[in-house]
Design a protein around this ligand. Structure first.
Ligand code: PEP
Ligand code: MG
Length: 756
């Protein structure tokens, strides 16, 4: 059964388009279950109906025409109950709704299961049979399993709107694709698909006029690939036996003019560009191999795929720089690397969207630093279909909109204009203090990582750096930077902010932050070897970094060192000991620097309860609310599946924050917040009411938070804090704070926020 399941899923995933995927699904499920009918009904949200989208066994003319209301018929019942309905005789069920157009008269046995995705019913999968009999448990389990496996395919079909578009070609519905915010802001522009080189599946369809030129390109590519294979074969002679050598001959035979290339040429003659033609031919062969029962032959699919990649690599080496970037360009791709961003004309880059990746990908980090609205992890985005189309990027809420109606587009144009206007208005606050109406001050600092962040921070009047993420310069290299390289990088951070302090966090890798040259493979990386745990195990890395920091601060004396992921007191003590050692070493080398203040991040629950003990030993504390929220709520900060549960207004988070500030102040130590909560005006105000000394945030949020601070008084803030501390529901707290701040006239500042 498992094998059948795997094969159906694979085959459906390889289907060229969604209607064929659904047709295949119906056919294969019917065959696998030995029933007479298998049908797929999908929910059309705009019409609030289940539409028959594919069927094996019912009349073909009914497909796309027959539909049922959301509570109509047995299909509607399955949707309402969100569970399977298994009936020996559907006709005798009171909810049975006879659909004459489908020709379902002879079918008595009925089994329907909902297709669920993220808690929503996307459609109903139905099998029917002539004889009146109940489907048995294993059949029911099979259908439920296949429905769960295929829900992603259906979700994609649903999200792309492509299906319903086909039913009514005139009406192009706006389609919203959910992802994660990578950088806030909104943008409207024309999508340009960047496809990773040598990734066949992401080659889009394109038409060509000059067929001969495409064929010539293909020929040149083939000549080079054949040579590449011959070279490989030559090299392999030394290490491989005769049998393996034969593999290379097979490869070469496949590349013979009359084999695969002939098919590609035929596709080019139909008007496809060489890369697209190659993809189609390779896909078809891969598909055929994968369908074979013989496991050896199935594996051959990999050879064809590999050859395809090699030819594509050669084709792309010619075509690489031919992308034309429109004036307002939305870069789109599966994964976009940070260097790719740098390669395009910056003034044309309006927004970015990727189907993979998370907020912590290099690209998202760079996009935030550049202030480019970005959505990441937008899994259902049909990249090839949207190439060249107009898209709206909603980086506030992490979604992308295609086929927007005129009204929707206008709404976003207004948001973009409002944001621009708001920012222009905020600029005059640059040199004014972050101070409430009744004179309470708070220090507003920035989080940095790249050089780009520095100018933006200075322009916005930051009072120093509350978190310099040193892993970022490590992440954008292909090896550990040397002590001298690090010294130069750190000096560039320290000098522009002097005399304000710059808080440098020691290397915080692990979790979702990886160095390509220092791979960490773990089952459960967020609970694994990360932050201080790695650097205490590698004092040679830690000490070099601290020495570089100390040397870089010579003449400025504005360095503070901060330790990430501290869970126990001994980790702070051990790190302090190493820092002291590094300090003695550089002093001995004649570098004249004072011992810098050393602080710890409070970002795991254990450190919340150790806050007092930690505060006794170090010079300052800083709460990393991003990790603290994830660990307190047990919600992976990058997992879309549970992103609704990630709520920094959760009472547990607020009470933890209060506890930390109280403990730090008992010991007379300053304490700040450097997670995203500090950059959100609503949570920033609550944190200020708790008595925190400083807030450190992304530069793009600084003036917004300052404006919010300057429009309230402490009496109001303390009352608000006391009210929310008495509440027990994070969602309610978030809405209540929004409401109260809107009433207090801060609506404009908090309206489009969500992330930073
Ligand atoms: C945090 O966890 O809140 C934090 C500031 O650190 P990072 O986001 O780099 O993990
Ligand atoms: Mg953290």
């Amino acid at each position: 059964m498992l094998d059948t399941l795997r094969r159906i899923v694979q085959e459906v995933n390889n289907a060229p388009d969604i209607p064929s995927a659904l047709d295949l699904m119906a056919k294969r499920v019917r065959d696998a279950m030995g029933t007479e009918v298998c049908s797929i009904y999908l929910r059309n949200n705009s019409e609030e109906r289940y539409v028959l989208m594919a069927s094996e066994g019912l009349k073909r003319e009914a497909i796309g025409r027959v539909s049922l209301g959301l509570s109509e018929g047995l299909v509607g019942q399955v949707g309402l109950r969100e569970e399977p309905i298994n009936l020996e005789d559907a006709f005798s069920h009171p909810k049975f709704h006879y659909l004459a157009e489908t020709g379902e008269d002879p079918f008595h046995a009925f089994l329907g299961v909902p297709v669920m995705h993220h808690g929503d019913v996307l459609g109903i999968l139905v099998v029917q049979q002539r004889d009146a009999r109940r489907f048995d448990q294993s059949e029911e389990a099979f259908l439920v399993t296949i429905s769960a496996q295929l829900s992603a395919v259906i979700a994609h079909a649903h999200a792309s709107g492509a299906l319903f578009e086909q039913l009514d070609a005139h009406e192009k519905l706006p389609t919203i694709y959910d992802g994660q915010s990578g950088a806030s802001g909104a943008a409207i522009g024309q999508a340009v698909l960047l496809f990773p080189e040598t990734d066949l599946s992401s080659v889009p369809d394109r038409e060509v006029e000059d067929v001969n030129a495409e064929i010539a390109l293909l020929d040149e590519a083939l000549v080079r690939v054949r040579q590449e294979i011959r070279d490989l074969a030559e090299r392999a002679k030394k290490s491989l036996g005769a049998e393996e050598q034969a593999l290379f001959d097979v490869y070469l035979r496949m590349l013979d003019r009359h084999a695969l290339p002939a098919e590609v040429v035929a596709k080019i003659r139909e008007g496809h560009w060489a890369q697209g033609a190659l993809r189609m031919v390779v896909d078809a062969h891969v598909h055929n191999f994968e369908m074979m029962d013989d496991p050896y032959l199935r594996e051959r699919a990999a050879d064809v795929r590999d050859l395809g990649r090699r030819v594509l690599g050669q084709l792309q080496s010619r075509n690489r720089r031919q992308i034309e970037f429109p004036d307002a360009c939305i870069l789109m791709g599966e994964d976009i690397s940070a260097p790719m961003l740098m390669e395009m004309p910056q003034e044309r880059l309006a927004g970015i969207v990727t189907t993979r990746g998370s907020r912590n990908s290099h690209m998202a980090i760079v996009a935030r630093a550049m202030g480019i609205p970005t959505v990441v992890g937008c899994q259902n985005l049909p990249l090839k279909k949207l190439d060249g189309k107009e898209l709206i990027i909603d980086g506030f809420r992490g979604r992308v909109i295609a086929n927007a109606t005129a009204e929707l587009k206008e709404q976003f144009q207004d948001i973009i204009a409002e944001e621009k206007h708001l920012l222009a208005g905020l600029e005059k606050l640059r040199d004014l203090p972050a101070q409430t109406e009744d004179g309470q001050r708070i220090c507003l600092q920035v989080n940095t990582g790249l050089m780009t962040d520095i100018n933006r921070s200075i322009e916005r009047g930051a009072e120093g750096v509350g978190l310099y993420r040193t892993e970022i310069p490590f992440m954008v290299r292909d090896r550990f930077p040397s002590e001298e390289e690090q010294r130069l990088i750190y000096r560039e951070q320290l000098s522009p902010f002097a005399p304000h302090s710059v808080t440098m966090r020691t290397l915080d890798i692990g979790g979702d932050k990886a160095l390509s040259y220092f791979p960490i493979e773990e089952e459960n990386p967020f609970l694994g070897w990360r932050g201080i745990r790695v650097t205490l195990d590698h004092p040679e890395i830690f000490i070099v970094q601290v020495r570089a920091m100390l040397k870089a601060s010579e003449g400025f004396d504005n360095l503070r060192i901060m330790l990430p992921m501290i869970t126990s007191v001994f980790e702070a003590e051990e790190a302090q000991h190493l820092i002291h050692r590094a300090w003695l070493e550089v002093r001995e080398e004649g570098v004249d620097v004072a011992m810098p203040p050393v602080g710890v991040m409070i970002e795991v629950p254990a450190s919340v309860y150790q806050a007092r003990a930690l505060a006794q030993r170090v010079d300052f504390l800083s709460v990393g609310t991003n990790d603290l929220t994830q660990y307190l709520l047990a919600v992976d900060r990058n997992n879309r599946q549970v992103s609704d549960l990630y709520n920094s207004f959760h009472p547990a988070v607020l009470h933890a924050l209060l506890h930390v500030v109280e403990q730090a102040h008992e010991e007379g130590k300053p304490v700040s917040v450097c997670g995203e909560m500090a950059g959100d005006p609503a949570s920033a105000l609550l944190i200020m009411a708790m008595g925190y000394d400083a807030l450190s945030m992304n530069a793009s949020n600084l003036l917004r938070v300052k404006a919010a601070v300057r429009q309230v008084n402490m009496g109001f803030l303390r009352r608000l804090l006391n009210e929310v501390l008495a509440m027990d529901n994070g969602e309610v707290i978030a809405s209540y704070v929004d409401l109260q701040l809107t009433k207090a006239g801060l609506g404009e500042l908090i309206r489009h926020r969500k992330s930073g």
